[in-house]
Design a protein around this ligand. Structure first.
Ligand code: GDP
Ligand code: MG
Length: 445
């Protein structure tokens, strides 16, 4: 597997400080192969590997996992983000927040699953959101294509536009719009014709329909098994019509899902649904984490590394506790605290680590250390020399000016950080006098 191969590459790295560029490039060769095996298009692989390398170089090697596993985690996180996921990301939804009817147009190659997906989306909107939905097939090329949609409509109890023989796509689109407006439909889904390959006649027809219908959503339907051709398909469609999203079909098969990354990278549009079967209930929301795991083909590596990162936090906390026992607290300790606070979700982290210390909580409450200031404080601490952080008393006026300049802040800001540090260091000393943490524990309880 990918993580085995990476572990082999990286075993020699164990115990070293940070991931170097040479090391990371070695691992990325394996990542590249995994991405290509998952059918991610080559130009997209190149771009992605470049970004992930940047993210990985310089990261500290965690002690409890192999560097290879750690790189997999970094690559996984970058993948998730590129697929539209990650912290605080909202799932991609259809934009139906318009004056009805909301118009959704489906485009894509022949056989990609447009007609099926049209019916699936219609069913979903009807059943989940109680929408009144009309579907219309504009496919006059494939024999019985319009009947196919009518059958699916009957199956799912969704209205379809009555078929009028001999009408061209643009005429049908016009008629569909009129019906949807007159009959008070909330949503109109336009299923279009595909071709075996991208060709200009198809593109012209599609553009003409888009001009008439002015859709709120234009969804590109793509077979998840599309390999290297994905970039061509995505480029061709996205340069001709303003796509708003992608639907990836046949994710129920053995597609690794590389097309998701290619589509996302080339169109810049979110994947809004995945097709997971021939039946009309085979439509799901897109989950970037799941697809990233599928692309990399790895089992527990991600959670393993997450647990390892937890351990590091514990180690840091233990180091902190030891410093407190000794009554020591320099600016490096403050910096370590800030980093930890950020990871632990802000200032509450510090409050939790220093139970019962009122002054710190007051400093936070007074806004001397709110989360906005965290970033600034970190910049200030980073602009100091190692010596300055270990011996804050040497920071006189000249040094303060230099630090302020270097961090893009003011001397007043620098003073605030120094004052906060003094207060905290003072508390550490007091705590030592009281018998350190054990003494505190007795006092409180
Ligand atoms: P169109 O030419 O783009 O309209 O494609 P169709 O909707 O007619 O679908 C072509 C074939 O793919 C049909 O046999 C569908 O049942 C099948 N299909 C569509 N979506 C999926 C999917 O998500 N999973 C599977 N397994 N088959 C699908
Ligand atoms: Mg069709």
């Amino acid at each position: 597997s990918l993580s085995d191969r990476l572990s082999a590459t990286f075993d020699k790295l164990r115990g070293r400080g940070a991931l170097s560029e040479v090391d990371v490039r070695g691992a990325m060769r394996e990542v590249r192969i995994a991405l290509l095996e998952a059918d991610v298009a080559l130009p997209v692989v190149r771009e992605f590997v470049e970004k992930a390398t940047e993210a990985a170089v310089g990261q500290n090697v965690l002690r409890s996992v192999t560097p290879g596993q750690q790189v997999v985690k970094i690559v996984n996180d970058a993948l998730v983000e590129m697929l539209g996921g990650g912290d605080g990301a909202e799932p991609a939804e259809l934009n139906l927040n318009v004056n009805p009817p909301a118009i959704i147009m489906m485009v894509g190659l022949q056989g990609s699953g447009k007609t099926t997906t049209t019916a699936k989306i219609a069913r979903r909107l009807k059943e989940r959101e109680g929408k009144k939905v009309l579907m219309a097939s504009l496919d006059v090329n494939r024999p019985a294509a319009q009947e196919q949609l009518a059958v699916l409509g009957t199956q799912s109890d969704v209205a379809t536009l009555p078929i009028v023989q001999g009408q061209q796509p643009v005429e049908i689109a016009r008629r569909a719009l009129q019906s949807a407006k007159l009959q008070g439909f909330d949503v109109l889904l336009l299923d279009t014709a595909g071709r075996l390959h991208v060709d200009q006649a198809l593109m012209d027809e599609m553009k003409a329909v888009a001009d008439i219908a002015t859709p709120h959503e234009i969804l590109l339907v793509v077979d998840a098994l599309t390999g290297q051709d994905a970039v061509n398909v995505a480029t061709n469609f996205s340069t001709q019509v303003p796509l708003t999203g992608v639907v990836l079909t046949r994710m129920d098969g053995d597609a690794r899902g590389g097309a998701a990354l290619s589509m996302r990278a080339v169109t810049g549009r979110p994947i809004k649904f995945v097709g997971t079967g021939e039946k009309l209930d085979g439509l799901e929301q897109f989950h970037p984490e799941r697809v990233a795991g599928r692309i990399l083909g790895m089992g527990d590596v991600v959670s393993l590394v997450e647990r390892a990162a937890e351990t590091i936090k514990v180690e840091e906390a233990e180091r902190m506790a030891m410093r407190m026992e000794q009554g020591k607290f320099d600016l490096d300790d403050l910096r370590a605290q800030l980093g930890q606070m950020k990871r632990m979700g802000g200032l509450s982290g510090l409050a939790a680590m220093l139970p019962g210390v009122k002054q710190v909580k007051q400093a936070m409450a007074s806004g001397a250390a709110d989360d906005k200031h965290l970033v600034r404080m970190e910049a200030i601490l980073s602009s100091m020399t190692v010596k300055e952080r270990q011996k804050p008393e040497i920071i006189a006026a000249k040094r303060k000016i230099r630090i302020a300049k270097g961090s893009g802040t003011t001397v007043q800001d620098v003073n605030k950080v120094l004052k906060m540090h003094q207060e905290m260091a003072g508390m550490m000393k007091k705590m030592k006098k009281m018998g350190g943490l054990k003494g505190l524990a007795k006092m409180f309880g």
